[in-house]
Write a protein that binds this ligand. Structure first.
Ligand code: ADP
Length: 619
């Protein structure tokens, strides 16, 4: 083939090539452009194309590269393909791959450039890259470990966490087989779940312990349009905390169950309709009914004894039903607790006293009712025994009081005889001049008088409750005048100074209250130190519905250990020779004050005096 012929063939090849081919000189001046090139850049004719430098179609920085590369080619170097943007005649920009070679064109050195539009390919690449990154971002979302595998275990994508456990970067793991990267002991069972997901085409889920952590693992097959498994998404979520919470919950649930089981109290739970769902051992022991007999039955039916033999049947049943109605229907008061005391009869015929508290247990799905039953039979029995004991005591006290009243009445008569006859004999003896006999008779007379006083006081004491007057408004001012009147002999003898504040009106038995004032003032005069003029002051202060009276003296005082004792019958701190008396005065006062619902007590300082306090109801 001649050179010309060869040239012609080459030209024809270039002219018809689907690749755009441009020849330019070192400056970028276009010497030739084939039709494909003209079509690519949008020039109508070669002449039009030749008006522009080849480098003018490149961005500025790329134009410089083009220029430099052209020189390199002319120097005999060869260059790798270049990816570059290219501006079209209409101003649009495309992405091209450029292959440039050195050629001799019409006897001159030139650059021949093959241009391929790769805009579309770049777009596809871009989409793929973006997809991979999106996938990875998804895989990196809260799931702890995630990977996308093909059916052979080749890693198509993997998230950072998972890659970290395999000791590599996500990028470097792409294309590796996952089964070669894990220890054999985990590969075996993980592969089993993996294969199962492929075969069943269903998600396989399993819990896995790795080190001290628990993972919730999922193998999720991804199917093709034809229903073939093409990929598998693997995820593992760190579940340690949840499993721990579940275990703790299970533990506390077990504790609660044990508590319910071993409780001696009956613990019952019902649903929203009052039907029993839980009936513990304690409830069985108390009621004599087993869980089997009562589960599903409403609490009030059991109480009524409709379903199981005889239980309950007492007249407070309607009250019990009302309580349940309130619990089941009144949703306003979520914390309502009803208390119920009652008597039950067990199937064995035992009568038991129970105390029941019934309450709502709000739950996410509405509410339930809880009831706690306590067997209070023993307590009730004790209460009953105590009541019987108190009744008996009251009765025997009444008997005793009756006895004392009769005895003191009947004793008075013979005593009077003894005193009267000893006095007669005394008179008689005086005339007979027998000093010895006179002395003996004096002793008999004194003893008789003393006994008469004692019997009298006792009689008064026993009559406080039985023979008292009705309570009426009583002016204490008047009471005090009467008491002082009764004491006028002692008052005159001792020159006692008695002062008082304004005195109120009380609701009381006037005679008895006079007795109280009289006894305390009498003592204040009596228990006065040698050579001291007694001084007494009476005051009154209001104190919740009562008046509190204080009678203060300047007497010998009372040791603290006797503050309570002196109010006991016959208790005295001194011999009869030093201070006469029966030891009954303060006991009588206490009994009177208590009959009025009041209190009496003393405060004292030895050698300085005592203050007696007592309270009486306001009028
Ligand atoms: P008595 O008949 O002895 O007065 P009371 O019951 O009135 O009996 O008093 C009991 C005892 O309390 C008295 O014996 C006395 O020792 C003591 N006592 C009562 N009042 C006073 C007082 N104002 N000062 C000192 N001691 C008192």
């Amino acid at each position: 083939m001649s050179d010309e012929e060869e040239n012609w063939n080459y030209k024809a090849l270039i002219e018809h090539s689907s690749d755009a081919i441009v020849v330019h000189d070192i400056e970028g001046k276009i010497l030739y452009a084939n039709p494909a090139a003209l079509a690519l850049v949008g020039d109508k004719s070669l002449e039009e194309a030749m008006k522009k430098s080849a480098f003018a179609r490149l961005p500025k920085n790329m134009a410089e590269i083009g220029h430099r590369d052209s020189q390199k080619l002319l120097d005999g170097q060869s260059l790798p393909p270049l990816i570059a943007p290219l501006f079209l005649t209409n101003g649009n920009r495309i992405e091209v791959e450029v292959n440039a070679n050195f050629v001799n064109f019409r006897g001159k050195p030139a650059i021949q450039v093959h241009i391929r539009d790769i805009t579309h390919r770049r777009q596809v690449d871009e989409i793929l890259r973006e997809r991979l990154e999106t996938e990875r971002a998804l895989l990196n979302s809260p799931i702890d470990m995630a990977a996308l595998l093909d059916v052979n275990g080749i890693i198509l994508n993997i998230n950072d966490n998972f890659a970290k456990t395999l000791g590599q970067s996500p990028q470097s793991l792409l294309g590796s087989c996952i089964w070669n990267l894990m220890p054999a002991e985990v590969t075996d069972y993980r592969r089993k779940y993996f294969d199962r997901a492929i075969q069943s085409k269903q998600t396989v889920r399993y819990d896995e312990k790795n080190g001290d952590k628990w993972y919730d693992s999922l193998v999720n097959p991804i199917l093709s349009d034809q229903g073939r498994v093409i990929q598998l998404a693997i995820t593992a979520r760190d579940n340690t905390e949840r499993i721990q919470i579940e275990e703790n919950l299970k533990e506390s649930e077990e504790e609660l169950q044990n508590l319910i089981k071993s409780s001696r109290d009956g613990i019952i739970i019902t649903d929203e309709k009052g039907r029993i769902t839980k009936w513990n051992k304690g409830a069985e022991i108390i009621t004599g009914l087993t869980a089997n007999e009562v589960l599903g039955v409403t609490a009030w039916e059991i109480q009524a004894g409709n379903v199981t033999k005889e239980w309950g049947g007492h007249n407070s049943l309607s009250r019990y039903r009302t309580l349940w109605d309130q619990l089941l229907n009144d949703s306003n008061d979520q914390h309502f607790t009803g208390l119920f005391d009652g008597q039950i009869r067990t199937p064995g015929g035992d009568i038991k006293y129970i105390e029941q508290s019934v309450f709502r247990i709000p739950s996410q799905r509405g509410f339930r009712i809880g009831a706690i039953i306590r067997d209070i039979t023993d307590r009730k029995m004790e209460e009953q025994q105590l009541k019987e004991f108190a009744d008996n005591l009251k009765r025997s006290n009444e008997d005793l009081e009756l006895f004392v009243t009769i005895a003191t009445h009947d004793l008075q008569e013979p005593l009077r005889g003894i005193v009267a006859y000893s006095q007669l004999l005394l008179n008689y003896c005086k005339h007979g001049k027998s000093p010895q006999m006179e002395k003996y008779l004096k002793v008999i007379e004194n003893s008789g008088l003393q006994m008469s006083q004692l019997v009298n006081d006792l009689r008064m004491y026993s009559r406080v409750r039985t023979r008292g007057d009705q309570f009426i408004p009583v002016d204490i001012q008047k009471v005090l005048s009467n008491a002082l009147n009764n004491l006028q002999l002692a008052i005159k003898e001792t020159q006692v100074v008695i002062t008082h504040d304004e005195l109120p009106i009380v609701h009381a038995d006037a005679t008895q209250v006079t007795q109280v004032f009289q006894n305390i003032i009498d003592n204040a005069i009596k228990f006065c130190g040698e050579g001291i003029v007694p001084e007494i002051h009476i005051s009154a202060n209001p104190e919740d519905g009562m008046w509190q009276f204080a009678i203060r003296d300047n007497g010998i005082g009372i040791p603290e250990e006797y503050y309570n004792k002196i109010f006991i019958l016959f208790e005295r701190l001194h011999g009869r020779d030093t201070y006469p008396g029966t030891g009954l005065g303060l006991a009588l006062c206490k009994r009177i004050i208590e009959r009025h619902g009041g209190r009496i007590w003393v405060e004292s300082e030895i050698g300085k005096g005592s203050t007696f306090y007592f309270t009486l109801p306001k009028a």
